[in-house]
Design a protein around this ligand. Structure first.
Ligand code: NAP
Length: 266
């Protein structure tokens, strides 16, 4: 992959990240695909290379490990790979009462959803700014627009991603680096199963990852900005500005409250 310009997608082994990989390959973007499942990544890379005549490189990596993001960037530098599009997508959540969920899992979540995203952005945005060219898509969530009881740490990590990415967009605009802050609502992927969210209580039903990724790429083509896919999600985010915060939090908690738990009376 010597002296290759490409897109780097984290969490490319399934769900929204895999969908990004497929749609970017269809746009003839060379790819670096990152996740822990090396065999699955390699399979996707082979398939995309054959279908779209792009170069796709699978890099197995646990981004929640200390220093993993820095080592990843260093290995790309050594191979002469230039990243022009960074998709910070890898992430996970957990549902339940904060104090009952394992602390180690929640700290791992902060490392992946927040620290790894920040580190990768730091290393790669600087190079893009120097070249006056590049783009970053940070995958946040509608969960980041308000505190969410029963997935409190996850929602807080996504509040960070949204705030950070919108600020970064303003900082990088003069350098001609575009930033998309992508905030999907419930989307049909492994995420919901792995995080024990259940599927049935998402207002308006689940989105297809294709719909989410198409909205993000359309926003990128328009020059970047905040993207909340789907009208119902846009309306929900807009309307909550006019509703007391306490009410919004109780409503959000009602969606994520695990079965069998009593709602706390205020
Ligand atoms: N699905 C939803 O309802 C929804 C809604 C809003 C936002 N999001 C966000 O969308 C993003 C993608 O999630 P998804 O819905 O597509 O779920 P998913 O299918 O579970 O995908 C998560 C991806 O992250 C990777 N990953 C997990 N831990 C990792 C680690 N330690 N190091 C490197 N990669 C890791 C996974 O691959 P490996 O297991 O192979 O490592 C997988 O490729 C997440 O940031 C999530 O917060 C999802």
């Amino acid at each position: 992959m010597a002296n290759l310009t490409c897109g780097l997608v984290t969490g490319a082994s399934s769900g929204i990240g895999e969908c990004f990989a497929r749609k970017l390959a269809a746009r003839r973007t060379n790819l670096v695909l990152v996740a822990r499942s090396g065999a699955r990544l390699a399979e996707i890379a082979r398939e995309l290379e054959a279908a779209y005549r792009v170069q796709a490189h699978a890099v197995p990596c646990d981004l929640s490990q200390e220093g993993a993001a820095a080592r990843l960037v260093e290995s790309l530098d050594q191979r002469g790979v230039q990243v022009d599009l960074l998709v910070n997508n890898a992430g996970f959540g957990a549902r339940g009462e904060f104090w009952k969920l394992p602390l180690s899992r929640q700290v791992e979540m902060i490392r992946l959803n927040v620290a790894a995203l920040t580190e990768l952005t730091h290393w790669l945005a600087g190079r893009m700014a120097e070249r006056r060219r590049g783009a970053i898509i940070n995958v946040s969530s509608t969960a980041g627009f308000q505190p969410v009881p029963y997935t409190a740490v996850y929602a807080a990590t996504k509040a960070f991603v949204t705030s950070f990415s919108l600020a970064l967009e303003a900082e990088l605009r003069p350098y001609r680096v575009r930033v998309v802050t992508l905030c999907p609502g419930g989307t049909k992927t492994n995420f919901l199963v792995a995080g024990h969210y259940g599927m049935q209580r998402t207002p308006g039903g689940l989105q297809d990852p294709n719909e989410v990724v198409e909205a993000a790429l359309a926003r990128l083509d328009q020059g970047g900005g905040l993207e909340v896919p789907r009208l119902l999600n846009k309306l929900t985010v807009f309307i909550q500005r006019f509703v007391p915060r306490r009410t919004v939090i109780r409503f959000a908690g009602g969606i994520f409250r695990p079965e069998g738990n009593a709602i706390e009376t205020p």
